[in-house]
Every structure is written in structure tokens, then in C-alpha cells.
Design a binder for this molecule. Structure first.
Ligand SMILES: [Zn+2]
Length: 465
């Protein structure tokens, strides 16, 4: 069984050929930590987590790095506005990001490098780029210009190969900072000077801080090597960020390829509209998590193919929740059956995932497997359940206790799980006291709050109806 991936670099789907089958290296650009993340930021995390799970079924070791950008002008600006220490702010939002991603059932990457912990590696890479004639520093004594180091894009013959556009086209379509000290308008910053009140590190070009693109190149070189198997991110990163990562790394390594496969996920739109500041329609993950279980968000993200533009909205979230209710409902019915361990290598869901992560197809296969489990009998039941759970696990779905699933809050007005448990205890006491009318009253009260009780030998179970 072989994996096929769409490569942005070649604009085609091709069989995945690892550099070293004993060790796969994958890097995904992580967040700049100065605020909570929105659902568009969650999409690459979920998509590449799914790819990570699939790669783990094929290869003995997968090194998956996703960085934290903890030095950036946006972080500095936000910290100044809040009167908060920069590292305190970035630590707080890095943790918030980890929490949000864990709530969406994402596994932790194997490596989480922080930009500020790799400054010597970045300075070293800039030094090599200058030596090789791909970068230049501004040493004109002019305040605000002095101490910049820029990458000379014209020194690289195939700059722009990823986006497939000419330099002039790229410059016309992007907001490029025009500065008189640049030799060419498309040259980008590797290192920039820091004012006394700004964070900075000593370097051969004076006290300063790294440019954003440099961070990923230096961290990849350190943790994964000169050439990696897969580099991923959102499609908004293709230019300039990924073009510039390629320029830095290829030129620092004398033309060696940087990443063999480039993968980019599409945008998420909200109720048919692009997320934008002017529309104020950003959907923050932590806000959504107050209304929906993380697994519902994950299911929605995976219900579209990662390369397509995805619409996101209430109807989709509600229908994803109903779909998961159906799947968990089947599992709940068979909760006492132990799932058998199964070989999934020829399952249709797995085959769909191997085909450039066709998650919509794989999800529809899950529903088929759930129905098969529901109609299975006897010895077939543990196998059918094993197949459903193993295939769902490839996408990080259906791994919760089904009983637990039906106790998850369905909205902010819901009675809390603790209050339900307290009322059940009150009802049990009434029954012990032979106050059957009182016990029934509690059951009715819970019913009016949307909670259904089921008495069994093991005690009273409950779920939101
Ligand atoms: Zn990056």
C-alpha cells in the first residue's frame, strides 16, 4: 500500500518516496503566539496531525516538528499594549495554543522548537548566506537602516519556483516593504536591528532580532536536516514565507533541495465569507469550544478535502454533531463488546487516506463501518467494532467513551454534569427513603432539562437527549 500526496512544488499528485524509510521528517509552520488562534489556524494542525497518524502506520519513526514563533513585531506590539512582559505573553499564548490543539484531538508533534531558543543557529545561517554571496548587511551608519541583513533574491536563479510566478508578478501581488536601502524591492529581511527598548541579541551586525522566515529554516536545519520529506502549512504561506524558507535553506546548503513534498491546506470561510478584520468574523477556537466539543470541530475540518476551500458555519457544526451522535450512538449500544484488534491495511477508509488524505471519503467509510457493526452478530461484532475504531483512530475520531460523549454539554444554557450527578444522588436518596414520588419528580425535572436517565444493574446512566 503506498501513499500518494499532492506536491505544490510539482503541482501534481505523486507517490511519496521517503528519503530514509527508517525516519520520516515533516515540518509544519506553527503559530506566532500573541493571541488566541482562529479556526483557520486549526486547519493545518488537524490536517497534518492526520497525515502524521497515517505516516506512523507506514514507517517506524516519524519526526514531526511544529514550531512556536515567540519573537515577532506583532508579539512586541501586543505586549506593549497590554503592558505585559514579552516572554510572559508568548508563553501564555503558546500554552493556549497547545490547549486548543489538544482539545481538537491533535497529538503532540515530536519536536516543538521555539524561535528564541535558536538564535545562534539563525546567526550562523545568516553568516553563511553572506559568505556565499546570497545576503548583504547594511552598514551605512544610518539609524533605522544600519544593522539590517537582507537576502538578495536575485542571487538565486529559481527563486519563486514554489508559487510558480516570476519575481515581478510576486512583487505586484504582495505587500512588500519598500526600503531605500534594499538593493532590490523583493529582498527580504534575515536580521533586523533592535532599539534599546526592544528585545534583541548580539550579532556580528549589531544587536538585533531574526526575520520570521529565517526562524523556520534554522530550526529545520537543526532538528530535521538539510533536506526534509514533507513541509506543510496553510496556502497563505506559499508566498512569501515558504518561497523565502526555500531560498535561505537551498542557498545555505549550496543548492541541495530543502523539502521534497510541499503541502498546503486551503482557507476556511465563515458562512460563505472570507475571515477578515473588516468583517470581524474570525471564529476563535476557544470560543467555539464553549459551544461544541473539540471532536465536532475536528470532524468538520476533516469533512472537506484539505486542499479545498472550506466553508464553516453553524449548520455544518450542527450536522457534524448529529453525525458524531449517530456514530457514538452505535458504539454506545455495543459498549460492552470488547473491540478486536484488526488489520486495516485493506480497509477503504485507510486506502482513501493514503490517496492524498481523502478524509471526506474516509469519513463516509466510517459511517459504513458503523452500520456494519450495528448489523453484526456474534463473533463478527468485536471485529466490526475493532474495524470502526481503528479506522476512526487514523483521523483522531471516536476515541472517547461513548457514555461520556452523551454527557457533553450541548450549549451554555445546559445543566452542568455536576448538577446532573447531584440530582441523581438526590433521586437515589429518595428511592432509599421509599419516597417514590420524590424520585419520579427528580427524573421529570431532569427530563425537562434535556437529560435522560437509564437505570441498570451498574447504577444510573444519563445522557443528554
Ligand atoms: Zn515556516
Amino acid at each position: 500500500m503506498s501513499l500518494t500526496l499532492y506536491n505544490t512544488l510539482t503541482r501534481s499528485k505523486q507517490p511519496f518516496e521517503p528519503i530514509d524509510p527508517e525516519r520520516i521528517a515533516m515540518y509544519v509552520c506553527g503559530p506566532t503566539v500573541y493571541n488566541r488562534v482562529h479556526i483557520g489556524n486549526a486547519r493545518p494542525a488537524v490536517v497534518f496531525d492526520t497525515l502524521y497518524r497515517v505516516l506512523n502506520t507506514l514507517y517506524p519513526k516519524v519526526e514531526y516538528a511544529r514550531n512556536i514563533t515567540d519573537i515577532d513585531d506583532k508579539i512586541m506590539k501586543t505586549a506593549a499594549e497590554l503592558g505585559e512582559d514579552i516572554s510572559a505573553l508568548s508563553t501564555r499564548y503558546a500554552q493556549a495554543y497547545f490547549d486548543d490543539m489538544a482539545a481538537l484531538n491533535n497529538l503532540s508533534p515530536t519536536i516543538v522548537p521555539y524561535a528564541t531558543q535558536h538564535i545562534p543557529e539563525m546567526i550562523d545561517m545568516v553568516t553563511r548566506l553572506i559568505e556565499k554571496g546570497h545576503a548583504y548587511n547594511i552598514d551605512n551608519g544610518v539609524e533605522g537602516e544600519q544593522g539590517h541583513v537582507l537576502f538578495a533574491v536575485q542571487s538565486m536563479s529559481d527563486y519563486g519556483a514554489l508559487s510558480g510566478r516570476s519575481l515581478d508578478d510576486m512583487l505586484a501581488g504582495a505587500r512588500v516593504e519598500v526600503a531605500s536601502y534594499k538593493k532590490y524591492a523583493g529582498d527580504f529581511v534575515l536580521w533586523k536591528p533592535s532599539a534599546d527598548n526592544e528585545p534583541g541579541w548580539d550579532s556580528p551586525w549589531g544587536r538585533g532580532r531574526p526575520g520570521w522566515h529565517l526562524e523556520c529554516s534554522a530550526m529545520i536545519e537543526k532538528h530535521l536536516g538539510d533536506t526534509i520529506d514533507i513541509h506543510g502549512g496553510g496556502q497563505d504561506l506559499i508566498f512569501p514565507h515558504h518561497e523565502n524558507e526555500i531560498a535561505q535553506s537551498c542557498c545555505a546548503h549550496d543548492g541541495k533541495p530543502f523539502a521534497n513534498v510541499w503541502m498546503h491546506n486551503g482557507f476556511i470561510n465563515i458562512e460563505g465569507e472570507k475571515m477578515s478584520k473588516s468583517l470581524g468574523n474570525f471564529r476563535m477556537v476557544n470560543d467555539l469550544l464553549e459551544q461544541y466539543p473539540g471532536e465536532v470541530l475536528r470532524y468538520v475540518i476533516l469533512s472537506a478535502h484539505y486542499r479545498s476551500e472550506q466553508n464553516f458555519g453553524k449548520d455544518l457544526l450542527d450536522s457534524a454533531w448529529r453525525s458524531l451522535d449517530t456514530l457514538y450512538g452505535f458504539l454506545r449500544t455495543h459498549n460492552d463488546i470488547e473491540a478486536a484488534s484488526v488489520d486495516i491495511s485493506d480497509s477503504d477508509a485507510y486506502i482513501a487516506l493514503l490517496d492524498d488524505l481523502n478524509t471526506p471519503m474516509a469519513i463516509s467509510e466510517l459511517h459504513k463501518l458503523a452500520r456494519e457493526m450495528h448489523s453484526a452478530e456474534g463473533d463478527n461484532l468485536p471485529l466490526a467494532k475493532g474495524r470502526l475504531l481503528a479506522n476512526a483512530g487514523l483521523m483522531g475520531l471516536l476515541q472517547q467513551d461513548p457514555e461520556q460523549w452523551f454527557t457533553l454539554s450541548r450549549g451554555s444554557d445546559d445543566i452542568s454534569a455536576e448538577d446532573v450527578e447531584a440530582l441523581i444522588a438526590k433521586r437515589n436518596q429518595a428511592k432509599t427513603d421509599k419516597d417514590y414520588a420524590g424520585a419520579d419528580a427528580v427524573r421529570e425535572e431532569l427530563k425537562s432539562l434535556g437529560v435522560v436517565l437509564e437505570d441498570s444493574r451498574e447504577g444510573t446512566k444519563w445522557r443528554r437527549g
